[in-house]
Design a protein around this ligand. Structure first.
Ligand code: AMP
Ligand code: ZN
Length: 474
């Protein structure tokens, strides 16, 4: 029986989806103004393991994860700027162009880390009419009010606004760093819709609405995207722990006020990665990008590092994480080679070990996805395999397949050919692309076209973008 820790009740609860075999899950996705850092990547890897395990258990999982491409302000109190517009201005590019580029980068990272792509990945900007509709409903029902082209949610109208966060709002507002926005009735009211005109600045991404030209608030976007694709009540909603105080209470307030139904049955929150003890975040500027680590160590090593700790325990990202990941990977690769090279014997004792590892692995994962305990079971199994190479060949093969299957739940794919890892491929492609660029600069188009065609023949496509060439597998 699977138990999941539900942040709403602060308890592990037996998991039963609303529909017998189907799990509907929504996870808060990337605000696409910057590269994926290793903290984001850990949260996405954790959800990937959760989903893979649910599928391993036979559930049909439907996963929606959004791209926030407008409306996420630099400040939770709605006083700041839109992160995407701010970055676009700094880089002197159009915000839509920045978003496109970041989404492309995002997929490269996700694929390199072997994170399964969600079933649907909507961009917030693709559902503006639905967002306007939800704001209208909240206004009609008396949960929202309009001031100067902004629409705010009045949290005093929603019963039990703090049921998820368990915050004492009086104390929180007293220690808050910003003054109350004069347009708001209560300190913790939040923007559903924002006026595109702020001072003499006009928001580039803007839409017509009953309240004038504007754009949606970040919290509104997630409620709309979740309900649009998953229905009014969803089984699991995930996000980092930073969403417990504000973003997720706001999602609940919007959805439940509009529908009168429970929005989420299980709230899951992933702990943060810290860097030298400090929260790793894009806004603080202290972060390591997933890309730089993948290029240096390969996707498999980084992925191993990311899933080694419990999703509800904080991890400090220090050099030991990568070193341990490398050691563990070598140990697994070594055992798989031993299995392959062994001629086998007549022993059969590994049969028991195969049953045992599955049982211990499942017990660990059923207990709120205890990643370290499940990985420890796999390592014990490896020790057993290494000392049981005299088992019958078919039993050894089954042990190898079991190992691959359980590692696969962690998104650790050991079926790729040894020696060909992402880091090496990336380096090789950089080299080839540089040679082609040099040829193009020297107007040697015969050579540059030849390189492009030869790569196309082996399933690699080069695209010449405004900021330089890119490659992808076709
Ligand atoms: P953002 O792009 O900032 O909206 O974050 C995308 C996802 O990454 C959200 O689920 C965040 O909660 C999560 N996240 C942000 N920073 C970290 C971190 N340092 N460690 C783990 N998860 C994080
Ligand atoms: Zn969200």
């Amino acid at each position: 029986m699977l138990k999941i820790y539900n942040t709403m009740t602060r308890e592990k609860e037996i998991f039963t989806p609303l529909e017998e075999d189907t799990v509907k899950i929504y996870t808060c996705g990337q605000t696409v103004y910057d590269d994926v850092h290793i903290g984001n990547a850990r949260t996405y890897s954790s959800w990937d393991v959760v989903i893979r395990y649910l599928r391993y258990k036979g559930y049909n999982v439907f996963h929606v994860q959004n791209f926030t491409d407008v409306g996420h302000l630099t400040d939770d109190a709605d006083q700041g700027e839109d992160k995407i517009e701010k970055r676009a201005r700094e880089q002197k590019v159009n915000p839509w162009e920045l978003v496109d580029k970041q989404i492309e980068e995002y997929w490269h990272v996700i694929d390199d880390l072997n994170i399964n792509r969600p079933n649907i990945t909507p961009r917030a900007t693709s559902l503006i009419p639905e967002m306007i509709e939800l704001v209208e409903t909240l206004l009609e029902k008396g949960y929202a009010y309009e001031v100067q082209g902004n629409v705010y949610y009045d949290i005093s109208k929603f019963n039990d606004y703090t049921k998820l966060s368990r915050l004492k709002l009086d104390e929180e507002s007293a220690k808050a760093r910003v003054d109350q926005d004069p347009l708001k009735r209560n300190f913790f009211d939040f923007a559903l819709w924002l006026n595109a005109q702020k001072g003499d600045q006009v928001h580039v991404m803007r839409w017509n609405s009953p309240w004038g030209e504007g754009y949606p608030g970040w919290h509104l976007e997630c409620s709309v995207m979740a309900m649009k694709y998953l229905g009014e009540t969803i089984d699991i909603h995930g996000g980092g722990i930073d969403h417990i105080p504000t973003h997720h209470p706001n999602e609940i307030a919007q959805a439940e006020a509009a529908t009168g139904k429970k929005f989420v049955r299980n709230w899951m929150h992933a702990e943060f990665i810290t860097l030298n003890g400090k929260k790793m975040s894009k806004s603080l500027g202290n972060y390591v990008t997933a890309r730089e680590l993948i290029d240096k160590h390969g996707g498999l090593v980084v992925r191993m590092g990311l899933v080694s700790g419990h999703y509800r325990s904080a991890v400090d990202w220090n050099p030991d994480v990568i070193e341990n990941a490398k050691k563990n990977i070598s140990r697994i690769q070594n055992s798989l080679s031993l299995i392959k090279d062994s001629p086998g014997g007549s022993n059969t004792n590994l049969n028991q070990a195969i049953d045992d590892v599955k049982k211990v692995f499942e017990e660990a994962m059923d207990d709120d996805f205890n990643f370290p305990k499940a990985l420890a079971a796999i390592h014990e199994f490896i020790t057993k395999i290494n000392s049981s190479l005299d088992n019958k060949k078919e039993i050894l093969d089954e042990a190898g397949n079991t190992l691959l299957e359980l590692l696969g739940v962690f998104g650790l794919d050991f079926t790729k050919k040894k020696g060909v890892d992402d880091a090496k491929i990336n380096k090789l492609m950089d080299l080839i692309i540089n040679i082609r660029e040099k040829a193009r600069k020297e107007k040697n188009y015969e050579l540059s076209d030849q390189i492009r065609e030869k790569l196309r023949a082996v399933g690699i496509q080069i695209e010449d973008k405004t900021d330089g060439p890119r490659w992808k597998l076709t």
